[in-house]
Design a protein around this ligand. Structure first.
Ligand code: ADP
Ligand code: MG
Length: 248
């Protein structure tokens, strides 16, 4: 387990981020001055009721969406100060994103899906590097399979390999176990934990599952677009207890 006390600079830091979406009745606020850091070399879980702004928070943190106000720092890079072109480059080279529905390209093999970020970066794709990413998720023997020939859990492992191959500073995962059975979900959590402990990466993940959140170093609780609590070194029981408090 990573030591949160060792952490100096968060991998990503949001400072007073607000975001609303337009509607016929005027803008609907989704995030209210959210300030939160995702510590380097740690696994942070974000929890909260449906509609509380978790996905919006992750998208702002990952540069997939721009806040209305406030700042997002990736290391010491101010994402608000980046042009669209710079932001695309930052997303490509420094950030990984894992989706609930895997988002693999169905016509490509596992190998080709994992090689894609390297292709997009330009330059030659080193086969050994792609195979190493597949090996890290235990699927080097399935390199030639297409997504439809893999289980849900295996597809999510390919998606994780696809983020790891580019050696991002931080991997964001939005309900990565949300579409999986319990056993596959546990494998994905063990893999994300390994990504932090063995590969030395930083992971920020949204989950509804207290057992998954208990794999994290820190849990941040969101409610109505505000950070309402934090739990370090969580247990499933402590997480479930916190959730029951906000749900009252
Ligand atoms: P969560 O991931 O916690 O379920 P979201 O961040 O997806 O929450 O959504 C928070 C709120 O913002 C919800 O009320 C949702 O309907 C609204 N919302 C999210 N994305 C959009 C969008 N693109 N346009 C309009 N409203 C949106
Ligand atoms: Mg969501």
């Amino acid at each position: 387990m990573s030591l949160l006390t060792d952490i100096q600079l968060p991998a990503v830091h949001l400072a007073s981020v607000s975001k609303s979406y337009p509607s016929a009745a005027g803008p609907v606020p989704v995030l209210h001055e959210v300030s939160v850091g995702f510590p380097t070399h740690a696994l942070t879980a974000v929890m909260g009721p449906s509609g509380s702004g978790k996905t919006t928070l992750l998208h702002c943190a990952a540069g997939l969406d721009r806040p209305d106000s406030g700042k997002v720092f990736l290391g010491d890079t101010d994402l608000a100060a980046c042009s669209e072109r710079q932001l695309t480059e930052v997303r490509r080279s420094r950030i990984g994103f894992v989706f609930q529905q895997f988002n693999l390209l169905p016509m490509l093999t596992a190998y080709e899906n994992v090689a894609l970020p390297l292709r997009l970066q330009g330059g030659r794709v080193k086969r050994a590097r792609v195979m190493e990413a597949l090996r890290q998720v235990g699927l080097d023997d399935k390199a030639g399979r297409r997504p439809a020939q893999l289980s849900g859990g295996q597809q999510q492992r390919v998606a994780i390999a696809r983020t790891l191959v580019a050696e991002p500073e931080i991997v964001f995962a939005d309900e990565p176990t949300g579409s999986l059975d319990r056993q596959s979900g546990r494998q994905i959590m063990a893999l994300l934990r390994d990504t932090v402990d063995r590969a030395g990466r930083t992971v920020a993940m949204v989950t509804h599952d207290p057992a998954a959140a208990a794999c994290a170093d820190r849990v941040v609780f969101l409610s109505d677009g505000k950070v309402v609590g934090r739990l370090d070194h969580p247990t499933a029981e402590a997480v479930a207890h916190q959730l029951s408090l906000w749900e009252r």
